[in-house]
Design a binder for this molecule. Structure first.
Ligand code: AMP
Ligand code: GLY
Length: 387
């Protein structure tokens, strides 16, 4: 099978790597048997619809399904319609009612842009004043442009987070191995939200019982609700959850593989990923996926100033040395090649340094050993991934 992957980040590199075990990976311009769309933006923009209209087999929802990620207000409506446990929320375009709603919340405030903001549009605070300030900046368009002119305000939930990616064929959904990612930039979850600073899989506090509960209470009702709204959802439905004292609650849906969750889940996939995704794309998913007993840890190397003011264009060294270590995979997230053939930083998140090993502790040690071999000016990464 010839498979094309749309997108150029670390997630797409991981997809190409694992698809390449059993299929021939070709460029998106080539005529492929299967197209896998990596990032949310082309999905929201209808790239899957365009390819399907041209008769292609596509893994990824159409623009109708991708709205789940493209609009948080729409997502919350679908959650409510499907009866899925989630945080109490309100949707606002004006400051005054927004402030009134904030004042009614118990004390942990969450303010989100309605539209896409590369994982950075969410602000969580215990300070009412800060929350009001953030709402005002978003509504004014000064913080996130049009994406922030509508805000979703939520009560804050507490508990460990979990990412559960399910592969859907329009009717059926099958869970992949759970992962945990790290969204804040600093150790101990300090600092602002990012696109993701690391991840690991499997997750000890997310056994089969948790997965079954999330599938039964969130993923399956959501897929059914989409279906009854006429949406034939074929692709990944990524559930971002908080394991609260009252049980798992959905924080968000994404309509694609997580980044960097894909980098730790896919290397553990046992079997033919291309055939599995092709079956989902064809609406004919029959065989549950299986995963190896190995663990995978991913440490994201970011540039100086990320996420606020990333500085790019610096030479990167040590990638080959890192990749030579047993079990290590280095996925390119934001790297370019300069006119002298050298690797240079070209995005906030530069490299996803992943290691596969028999235990989580070994995978973690190996990933950090590999990360330490790579350098560029201002490189920073979290030291507590999978700690
Ligand atoms: P989202 O983009 O909606 O996944 O939000 C990004 C991050 O913000 C999540 O991974 C959580 O860490 C945090 N967050 C989002 N919603 C809530 C909430 N209702 N309560 C507490 N934290 C939240
Ligand atoms: N790792 C978070 C995301 O992919 O949205």
């Amino acid at each position: 099978m010839r498979v094309a992957v749309v997108g150029s980040g670390g997630r797409e590199h991981a997809l190409r790597h694992v698809l390449g075990r059993t299929a021939q990976v070709v460029g998106p311009g080539d005529d492929a048997d299967l197209y896998v769309i990596g990032p949310e933006q082309p999905l929201v923009d209808g790239e899957a619809d365009r390819l399907r209209a041209a008769g292609k087999l596509v893994f990824g929802p159409g623009a109708d399904g991708a709205r789940l990620e493209g609009s948080k207000a729409y997502m919350k409506q679908v959650l409510a319609d499907a009866g899925v446990p989630t945080a109490r929320h309100g949707v606002f375009t004006d400051l005054e009612p927004a402030v009134r709603f904030l004042t009614s919340l118990p004390g942990l405030y969450v303010v989100k842009t309605d539209g896409l903001a590369a994982g950075k549009g969410v602000f969580v605070t215990e300070s009412l004043d800060e929350a009001v300030e953030d709402v005002a900046a978003k509504l004014a368009g000064s913080a996130f442009g049009p994406a922030g002119r509508t805000v979703v305000i939520e009560e804050g939930l507490t508990g460990p987070e979990l990412s559960l990616l399910a592969v859907c064929d329009g009717r059926r959904a099958m869970a992949l191995a759970p992962a945990r990612d790290y969204k804040r930039v600093g150790d101990g979850d300090a600092g602002p939200n990012t696109g993701g600073m690391g991840a690991y899989s499997p997750v000890a506090d997310a056994g089969p019982d948790v997965v079954d509960e999330v599938m039964a209470k969130a993923v399956e009702p959501t897929l059914a609700a989409l279906r009854s709204a006429g949406i034939d959802y074929r692709g990944v439905l990524y559930t971002g959850l908080m394991l609260t004292p009252e049980g798992p609650k959905v924080i968000e849906y994404n309509v694609r593989f997580g980044d960097p969750e894909a980098q730790v889940v896919l290397p553990r996939f046992a079997g033919d990923l291309a055939a599995f995704l092709a079956a989902a794309a064809a609406g004919d998913l029959r065989t549950e996926p299986t995963f190896t007993d190995q663990a995978c840890v991913c440490v994201v190397l970011a540039v100086d100033g990320y996420p606020a003011t990333p500085r790019v264009g610096d030479v990167v060294s040590g990638i080959d040395e890192a990749e030579a270590l047993d079990g290590v995979l280095v996925f390119r997230a934001g790297v370019a090649t300069d006119d002298r053939g050298r690797a240079v930083t070209a995005g906030g998140r530069v490299l996803d340094v992943c290691a596969v090993a028999p235990t989580l502790a070994e995978a973690r040690a190996r990933a950090y050993e590999a990360a330490a071999l790579i350098s560029f000016p201002g490189v920073h990464y979290r030291k507590d991934i999978a700690a």
